[in-house]
Design a binder for this molecule. Sequence first.
Ligand code: 5GP
Length: 177
Amino acid sequence: MKPLNEYNQRILLQKDEIDAAVRSMGQRILEDYADEPLTLIGCLKGSFIFMADLVRAIHRPLHIDFIEVSSYGNDLSSSGNVRVIKDFKHPVQDSHVLIVEDIVDTGLTFDFLFEHIWLKKPRSLEIAALLVRNSVDLEERSVKYHGFTIGDEYVVGYGLDAAGLYRNLNHVAVFEK
Ligand code: 5GP
């Protein structure tokens, strides 16, 4: 596999821009939930770095869990078919829940996660996404927290992959095959 810089790589978001956005999102979450019980459920694998940074930017006790779903396989386009590979375990009946996603693209994964987690009767259910496509209507979709709006480029880095690779980049870059 070639290193990413041998592809036509364009850095979209530098690490310090991402850090600043995550810090301010963490601060907003801290203020919005006061001392109410709060659980963050990260959607694997793409959210793992964002989740790790976000929870450390929310300076209060909270529960953390993960769910893994598959929708894209190894392809670069959505199959529209979301299924649970690993479910979350933490009981959420008494807790506010924030779904943590890497990117809201078509919104199919978010819709699926929302319905799936809502069945467990959380006190409230909202989403924090690092990235949202500019085609997504944030109000209609009720995306409460998002870091950046991007166009329709396929992006990698900071947790996001191309065929399983490049999740370990510090920045977010546009990936072109
Ligand atoms: P949606 O269901 O909103 O169409 O897609 C959400 C999921 O698709 C994300 O959680 C992510 O895993 C994947 N995805 C969508 N766009 C991109 C992209 O530009 N890059 C990468 N690496 N994954 C993406």
